[in-house]
Design a protein around this ligand. Structure first.
Ligand code: KG4
Ligand code: ZN
Length: 349
């Protein structure tokens, strides 16, 4: 099955073609095209929804056209239909104006091309970035039960998958998401949005003993997260400094990242213990953090040596359409175009 994926939940306008392998063991990447308005938001410390939506409108059709061309399956004539079996689209959560562009485009193409339409929850999509074979990464089967940790700019959730179609939400953040904590701390330190990758880079030069920040809810039995207390502690530290030089910024980056990673790793291990998960799969922009993946991998190997860790290739950790097409290949639950609506508040069913 060949799927066109469309993703427009935030500032990325993305389209991709994937092909499922076997009776859907994984998917092969045929093309992936992404346009972004990120540079227009870098100075404001967050996404401006109106600007994001306007750019979605501008970029949507050219991005789809390019994805079809790169996969070599574009329609030849005006009456022709591209050689795809289904269209997958993110229908939530996200910014309403951005989501509407992708959803309405996908509905129109589904109607005009007479192709099934598969709506995809963006949060599940992030985890399905682990089921993609690319020219640089071969797929390794992921055993169930699989514990999913979604760590993005807007979400932090633990979800247990017993199969591709059955999952249980175990816990999530009560306030800020992990990526949001990186971004807000970055803003306090004068680091451009999104700050995660730059904080990781600067933390490498930081002294691990210079500061110690709180790890809220870390030892709480429930599998919920909270990062707003950490943010406040960092703010107080920043405000108490006379000036912020490069060394101080590196030390604060190091202590902040250590606190976030400690909480994510501890909670994940607690969830593995409670659920007897056989694998841990990461998804979302924060999974690009190599310090996190190395620490989690080492800690799992020490305490649960039989549990395998999976995380997406860096280019597929942040928002993209490949993961949306991938999730659709596994869920394969087409819906009539009349029944698909954008749902900005979508969470877990
Ligand atoms: O998944 P994503 O593209 O957006 C949402 O769906 O929300 O994730 C973006 C988030 C941002 O908060 C960014 O700061 C964070 O991922 N991020 C990182 C790293 N790279 C991106 N956080 C920590 N370390 C990184 N290397
Ligand atoms: Zn995302």
């Amino acid at each position: 099955m060949r799927i066109l994926g469309i993703e427009t939940s935030c500032d990325e306008t993305a389209a991709s073609i994937v092909e499922s392998v076997g009776s859907v063991s994984h998917v092969k990447l045929l093309s992936s095209v992404t346009a972004t308005s990120l540079q227009l938001h870098a100075k404001t410390g967050g996404i401006i929804p109106e600007i994001a939506a306007r750019n979605q409108l501008k970029d949507m059709l050219p991005v789809i056209k390019e994805a079809l061309e790169k996969a070599g399956i574009e329609a030849k004539g005006k009456e022709d239909v591209p050689d795809i079996d289904a269209i997958a689209v993110t229908y939530g959560p996200g910014l309403v104006g951005s989501l509407l562009v992708g959803v309405e485009t996908a509905k129109t193409l589904s109607y005009v091309w007479n192709k099934p339409l598969i709506p995809v929850n963006h949060l599940f999509g992030h985890l399905y970035a682990n089921y993609i074979e690319t020219p640089t990464k071969k797929f390794t089967p992921i055993p169930f039960p699989a514990l999913g940790l979604i760590i993005s700019g807007a979400h932090t959730d633990l979800v247990l998958f017993t199969s591709h179609t059955e999952s249980i939400w175990l816990g999530g953040t009560r306030d800020d998401a992990a990526g949001e904590a990186f971004d807000k701390i970055g803003r306090m330190l004068g680091i451009a949005y999104p700050a995660g990758a730059e904080i990781e880079k600067r933390a490498k030069q930081g002294n691990p003993h210079a500061f110690s920040f709180p790890r809220p809810l870390m030892y709480d039995k429930q599998l919920d997260f909270s990062f707003s207390g950490l943010k406040t502690a960092v703010l107080r530290t920043v405000q108490s400094q006379k000036t912020l030089d490069e060394k101080l910024i590196a030390d604060i980056c190091r202590a902040s990242q250590d606190a976030i990673i400690d909480v994510l790793v501890y909670k994940t291990l607690q969830a593995v213990k409670q659920t007897h998960a056989q694998s841990v799969i990461l998804g979302g922009g924060v999974s690009a953090n190599e310090t996190l993946t190395a620490t989690l991998s080492d800690t799992l190997a020490k305490h649960f040596p039989s549990v395998c860790l999976f995380y997406p290739e860096k280019s597929l950790s942040t928002d993209n359409a490949v993961m949306i097409a991938s999730a659709a290949a596994f869920q394969n639950h087409p819906v009539s175009w009349e029944d698909v609506t954008a749902d900005p508040e979508l969470y877990f069913d």
